[in-house]
Each structure stands twice: as C-alpha cells, then as structure tokens.
Design a protein around this ligand. Structure first.
Ligand SMILES: [Zn+2]
Length: 307
C-alpha cells in the first residue's frame, strides 16, 4: 500500500510578494519533511498535469474562468488583483492550472491504480474560490474541480468533502450548496475570515464553527460527534479532503491549538471511513498552512494517519 503524491514545479511560479504568507517555500517545507519522514518507501511521487478549461467549467462559471485567463499577466512586474487578497502574477495561471489538474490526476490514480490514496502538494489553494469569484489566495477551487470530475467521469454517486482548514471552506460550500451528491463538512475558527458558514441551512452541509483557543481534544470531540455519523449515513463512494494545516498551534494565521497528533488522528479516522464506504479511496489536497515547520510536520502526520 502506497500513497501517491502529486505536485509540479510550476506551483512555485506563483509568487505575490517577497513577504506574502502563501508563498512557494510552503511546498519546499512539505517536501523537506517528507524527505526526513522515512516515508519514502510508501510514497510514490508523480508530476501533476494541467486542468483543462472544460475541467474548470464544471466548478466555475464560464465567464469567470475566461476572465482569469484574460487577466493573467505576462510581465513579471505586473500584479493583477482578483480580490483584495488574491493576486495574479506572471506565473499564477500556470500554477493554478497545475494545482487544479493535480486533483484530476489524484482521482484517476485512486480510481484506476493500486494506490487508493493520493495527496496533492500544490498551490495556490482552492477552498475559498466560489463558482464565480477568486477569494482568499484561491483562484480555482481545486477540490471542487476534482469532485465534479469524479462525478462526471466515473461511476461515483456520492462524495464527502472534509475540510479541516482553520478557515471556512466558503467556496466549496457555494459550489455544492444545491448539489446533494456532495456532503460538505467544514470545521473552522469563528469569528475569522471569511466569516461565513454559521448560518448555512442544508442537510448536506455540516459546519463546525469553534472559538479561538480551541484545543485538539475539543475539535476532535466536535468532529466525532457531528461529522462521523453523518458520513456513515451518507455512505460516500469517495472521500475528498481539503487539508489545511493553519489550525496548528504554531501557525499565526489563526488561533486554534491543533498539533501533529490531531492531524494524524483525522487522517486515521477518515481512512477508517474510506475503508468502510469507499474501498479505501481517498484524495487529499493541500489548502492552508503558513508556518513552514508545523506545515511540513503536520502533512507528514496526516499522511501517516491515512497510510
Ligand atoms: Zn486557511
């Protein structure tokens, strides 16, 4: 049993400024910890390929996708603001296409190969991007593109998307709110950007807002109580994970106090659910995580959990 990790050098081409937290060095930190982890015998590394426009159109409005292509700068000095937090520079479109494409690669991998689990170490992240707009460092909604590809291309009827980034996955919720083929579960600090998800009413959206200072045992208890019975009842054919690690104690982007053990735990529990319902098939994609050291350690802990 092995985990396939998809990434691409082009994901480092997107750089906003020298001091922006969503920076290419994040992927270097993940890679460094993977090398140190001793997991090399259970990891298969593959290059991602780019998403096509048709792949993106399943999750996003045609006009939005075409607008992103049209605005993509070619001059290395140019900065194009898609929203107050989301900037395109010369390498952004290419990076975003590889990030979105990696999820499609991951779906093909877990559906067709002997490896039932895949992880995409890519950027920019995706879960804030709505059907019609970029938001919060996210250009295309990578996990939504992957889910809709799986529903379209394979005999998959139901998908659970689990989002444990410290920020609410508002974009993913926006895309699937009217789509009962997807159970969307998001835990997040509240109040905190983007300050959504507390008044959503849907039988297939399970949001867990938690206050600043939330400890791992409190988060685990809420997840165990709210998500796991719902996932069991939904009986998904696939589990997809928006894996953000900015809830770590050492990550200053928010004030959750999660540790590597918590990421190991959620990986292990989701693997159990995937074994029961999905023939073990599970795809996780990197979202947030801005403290290099805790990001790398947490990714490794999560991967050990899903092994
Ligand atoms: Zn986040």
């Amino acid at each position: 049993m092995s985990i396939t990790i998809f990434s691409h050098a082009a994901c480092a081409l997107h750089r906003v400024t020298e001091v922006h937290p969503e920076c290419p060095e994040r992927l270097g930190a993940v890679n460094d910890q993977l090398i140190r982890s001793g997991l090399e015998y259970v990891i298969t590394q593959k290059d991602a390929t780019q998403a096509s426009k048709n792949d993106l159109y399943r999750a996003h409005d045609v006009a939005y996708v075409n607008d992103v292509y049209a605005k993509a700068p070619t001059d290395p000095e140019d900065h194009v603001w898609l929203d107050p937090d989301t900037v395109m520079t010369a390498g952004t479109l290419e990076a975003a296409l590889f990030a979105a494409g990696s999820g499609i690669n991951g779906i093909d991998e877990i559906m067709q190969s002997a490896n039932q689990r895949a992880f995409c170490a890519v950027r920019p992240p995706g879960h804030h991007a709505t059907r019609s707009a970029a938001m919060g460092f996210c250009v295309f909604n990578n996990i939504a593109v992957a889910a809709l590809y799986a529903l379209h291309e394979y005999d998959i009827q139901r998908i659970a998307i689990i989002d444990f980034d410290v920020h609410h996955g508002n974009g993913t919720e926006d895309i699937f709110l009217q789509d009962d083929r997807v159970l969307f579960c998001s835990s997040f600090q509240h109040p905190l950007y983007p300050n959504t998800g507390t008044d959503t009413i849907s039988p297939h959206v399970i949001n867990i807002p938690m206050p600043a200072g939330c400890e791992g045992f409190e988060w685990q208890a809420a997840v165990r109580e709210r998500w796991f019975p719902a996932i069991d009842a939904f009986a998904p054919d696939l589990i997809l994970v928006s894996a953000g690690f900015d809830g770590h104690l050492e990550d200053d982007m928010a004030q959750f106090n999660l540790r590597e053990d918590d990421y190991f735990w959620i990986g292990k529990e989701l693997k159990k659910l995937a074994d029961v319902h999905c023939q073990g098939r599970m795809l996780a994609m990197l979202e947030g995580g801005y403290d290099f050291s805790s990001l790398g350690r947490s990714v490794v802990a999560f991967l050990k959990g899903i092994l």
